[in-house]
Design a protein. Structure first.
Length: 418
């Protein structure tokens, strides 16, 4: 399978504290020659000052001063690098339980999740928690990196034992593609280059797996969803009667001649033309930003969605969702929030909290239903006008939303529609 040179893969890292996530990313960047000389010099100086031998690779991703001083990751650190085969965006997310919300934020758009396990400790509670969140967010690919193999003498038995521990609990979760790689991030074994110390491992090193992972089919190409962001009426010579609807394709494909319906009004028309900054195109697919021109003058405004007539989402004002609560103040049922779903922003309220999930045991808590920061639970939401929704497992764009507190304008929750 040929991979286009500009294909972008987003991946997130997760693991317990001191599992070596930042060191692994530092090693990826260092060995793939993706670090600028001034960055290398700054990190080398900090490493010397802290009394380290050589370069402390973890410092490449820990951007906050507190992180560098404590040697931990607190916020989500985004790093961009490129190889001849692919572009990558890494979200290095924190391992501590009190930063669950940061992991949800960093992982929400990822194609793949790297879950690190310390070879000495095996599968621990944090491993289960992070795998559960990856499953909840429907991340299509999970790569389990068994790190610090140098500290267990590169033993194949240790690696095999961790695989069976992991498979025992992950079989209950919805993760389609799981791969296992034994690595030593500190020494670079199986990160960019193959390990001479683990010749029993016949698979590819991590960078090769990331470069060659098939992600084209992760996008929903079946359900055409085009949320309208704005109406374009140039009112100038040559465009006197032009009326275009601009936005970003959420999923599926639209072509001129397609029969479409505008939701929620239900008006039907046909796609006349599709334009981009570079001129007219024969088809639009996610995540292209385009302007769609219809053959009929129908009433379309921001927040509406153009879909194929034979494949419509549901238009609902009440629905169930899993949410992760992101704010210091707990959720307040019956309080007015703004719900942001694609380009639609109706007022909404939490009608009911059905249960919370204990992310250590996956059990449902039906007694204590108060959603506090970092809690994940199932709620019923009611909106003031219909939103055009798909289930999150079918469509990560039209199946997700955020809640905004009207008083403070802060984002308080991220939701996945069930």
């Amino acid at each position: 399978m040929e991979i286009s040179n500009n294909q972008l893969l987003r991946f997130t890292t997760a693991g317990s504290v001191d599992d070596g996530k930042s060191t692994l990313i530092g090693r990826l960047l260092y060995d793939s020659k993706a670090i600028f000389e001034d960055q290398l010099e700054a990190v080398s100086n900090t490493s010397k000052r802290k009394g380290h031998e050589g370069v402390d690779l973890a410092l490449f991703t820990d951007g906050l001063r507190d992180e560098r001083e404590q040697g931990i990751t607190i916020d989500v650190a985004y790093r961009y690098f490129t190889t001849p085969k692919r572009k990558f965006i890494i979200a290095d997310t924190p391992g501590h339980i009190q930063y669950t919300r940061n992991m949800v934020t960093g992982a929400s758009t990822a194609n793949a999740a790297l879950i690190l396990i310390d070879a000495r400790h095996g599968v621990i509670e944090q491993t289960k928690r992070h795998t559960f969140i990856a499953s909840l967010l429907q991340i299509p690919h999970v790569i389990v990196c068994v790190n610090k193999m140098d500290l267990v003498e590169y033993k194949e038995e240790t690696f095999t034992k961790i695989i069976s521990q992991f498979e025992e609990f992950s079989s209950k979760l919805l993760v389609k593609d799981i791969r296992f790689i034994p690595i030593s991030a500190l020494d670079g074994d199986n990160v960019v280059n193959r390990s001479k110390n683990m010749d029993w491992y016949k698979g590819a090193p991590l960078l090769h797996v990331l470069e060659n992972m098939h992600i084209s089919s992760d996008l929903n190409k079946i359900d055409a969803r085009f949320p309208v962001q704005t109406v374009i009426r140039p009112q100038r010579e040559g465009f006197i009667d032009y009326r275009g609807y601009a936005g970003r394709m959420a999923s599926g494909i639209l072509r001129p001649g397609d029969e479409v319906t505008v939701m929620p009004s239900g008006f039907t028309s046909t796609v006349k033309s599709i334009n981009t900054l570079d001129g007219e195109v024969e088809e639009a697919f996610a995540p292209m930003s385009v302007t769609v021109n219809l053959t009929d003058d129908v009433d379309v405004s921001r927040g509406d969605m153009i879909v194929k007539t034979n494949n419509k989402p549901e238009a609902k004002q009440e629905f169930d969702a899993m949410i992760c609560w992101l704010h210091n103040n707990p959720a307040r049922p019956r309080t007015k929030y703004t719900l942001m779903h694609t380009s639609n922003e109706p007022k909404a309220m939490i009608k009911n909290v059905l249960y919370k999930i204990d992310i250590n045991t996956y059990n449902r808590e039906e007694e204590d239903k108060e959603l506090k920061m970092n809690d994940i639970g199932r709620i019923t939401v009611r909106t003031t006008r219909p939103i055009m929704l798909d289930e999150y497992r079918d469509n990560r764009v039209t199946g997700s939303f955020v809640l905004i507190d009207d008083a403070t304008h802060e984002t308080v929750a991220a939701g996945m529609i069930l």
